[in-house]
Design a protein around this ligand. Structure first.
Ligand code: IFM
Length: 468
């Protein structure tokens, strides 16, 4: 029976997932930890960006967030109650290596040491992401991701964390969603550090790729036991808005800039020719040095895919023109229309996740995939005891997990699904108003209350594992 008739999830499909299919949840450091000035942590670009008037809805900041830094043991116990087999979290670079250079901060590392031990004690696999957007501000002041040196700083930081946790952590993800760091942060100006330059954004993408590659090499060389090495990308599909040549060409450009820019260098060893030509039309070149592409293509074990929605591409502006004021082709993202939407107005398109996973299997064969994030913000309405009957989120998760199962049955090598997010948390420029959690957080009291969706995930995981 499906959880919601609007998104007919196929429970039979989910039930056929193999017992070792990974089911868990994800978070990131700045979104949940708080304690931004404790135990030697220095500011990140997000601490700075949150102080820019108007940058974040309601003037919210990550100063306290879910206070996870102080409540970690109870949060891990909650994960165990919810039957998660995997917990994906990120390490805060400015907590572990204040300023982004030099020796490790023992107190910062000790927090993640305790977290990893607590997870293992509860039988939960720690899945560690090294970078989820919180660049130390001092590195930003030295040029940030548009500067090549930041990639080398990242490899040193990765080695510091691995040196301390590599004896217990097997699953290492270098970066979360380089697209957001580079494009939302340097081209669109809506994420930290708030830049608006295509050239900076393109340089940032390349240096993030390089950071991934250098860190991957370093971890492989230093590992004392086998690692599962991954990088996570935010991906969707880009269908043309109509069958017109302008729209089809816009969809090709969107696919080059939003999809192949991220997967080709890592999985095929180079940037797509059409992307290079598109960027050249904007007077922008990818700053590749000798040897970069080989480092970037260091083999990975798992590709992390974060999926939320997809857009259509139009090659005309609101007035029907196919070129902008500088004579360059227009590429405009449009909603599909006529689909249910989440609290952020993101269209709900589970079938597209199936298509996306099958495309990866076809175009980049041989790389196992884990869906490292998928979830939805909805306007949760708690009852008097803070409980949330979030049928819409439950239906969303169920439909997307079924979409993953469908892709598996059609041949995609997908090995896990991690819901975003364990807790309601700081949703970047949207602050705390948008709630993605399986677990409600009352920010005034820091009370955690699992929602219906959390119980659904627990029951589903039990069914898949055959322990129901
Ligand atoms: O909250 C974010 C997360 O940090 C990265 N992926 C998308 C989520 C929802 O916007």
């Amino acid at each position: 029976m499906s959880a919601d008739a609007r998104f007919p999830a196929d429970d039979a499909l989910i039930a056929r997932l193999p017992p070792d299919f990974r089911i868990g949840a994800a978070t990131s450091a700045y979104q949940i930890e708080g304690a931004v000035a404790e135990d030697g942590r220095t500011p990140s670009i997000w601490d700075t960006f949150c102080r820019v008037p108007g940058a974040i809805d309601n003037g919210d900041t990550g100063d306290t967030a879910c206070d996870h830094y102080h409540r970690m043991p109870e949060d891990v116990a909650l994960m165990a109650d919810l039957g998660l087999d995997t917990y994906r979290f990120s390490v805060s670079w400015p907590r572990v290596q204040p300023g982004g250079r030099g020796p490790a901060n023992p107190k910062g590392l000790a927090f993640y040491d305790r977290l990893v031990d607590a997870l293992l004690d509860h039988g939960i696999t720690p899945w560690l992401t090294l970078y989820h957007w919180d660049l130390p501000q001092e590195l930003q002041d030295a040029g940030g991701w548009p500067a090549r040196d930041t990639a080398h700083r990242f490899a040193d930081y990765a080695a510091l964390v691995h040196d301390r946790l590599g004896d217990r952590v097997t699953h290492w993800t270098t970066l979360n969603e380089p697209f957001c760091s580079a494009v939302l942060g340097h081209v669109e100006g809506v994420h930290a550090p708030g830049g608006r330059s295509l050239a900076d954004g393109v340089a940032a993408v390349h240096h993030l790729h390089l950071a991934h590659g250098l860190a991957a090499r370093r971890l492989r060389a230093e590992a004392r036991r086998p690692l599962d090495l991954a990088v996570t990308h935010l991906l969707g599909t880009s269908a043309p808005a109509t069958d017109s040549p302008a729209d089809r060409e816009a969809a090709r450009r969107a696919d080059a800039f939003g999809f192949r820019f991220y997967l080709d260098p890592i999985l095929r060893g180079g940037y797509p020719d059409d992307l290079i030509a598109d960027l050249a039309a904007h007077g922008v070149e990818i700053p590749v040095h000798d040897g970069d592409l080989a480092a970037i293509a260091t083999p990975i074990d798992t590709l992390g895919v974060n999926y939320y929605r997809s857009m259509r591409s139009s090659g005309t502006d609101q007035h029907g023109s196919t070129t902008d004021a500088q004579g360059r082709p227009v590429t405009r993202n449009l909603p599909h229309g006529g689909l249910p939407v989440t609290g952020l107005d993101w269209e709900v398109m589970p079938h597209d996740l199936t298509d996306l996973l099958l495309r990866i299997a076809r175009d980049y064969p041989g790389t196992p995939v884990v869906v490292t994030e998928n979830g939805a913000a909805y306007d949760d309405v708690p009852d008097a005891r803070g409980r949330v009957d979030d049928r819409d989120r439950t239906a969303y998760l169920s439909a997307h997990l079924a979409a993953v199962a469908r892709a598996r049955e059609a041949g995609a090598d997908v090995r896990g699904y991690l819901a975003w997010s364990l807790l309601d948390n700081f949703e970047w420029a949207y602050g705390y108003a948008q709630r993605f959690g399986l677990v409600r957080v009352d920010y005034a009291t820091q009370t955690r209350t699992p929602k219906r969706s959390a119980h659904w995930l627990r029951d589903t995981a039990r069914r898949v594992r055959g322990t129901a």
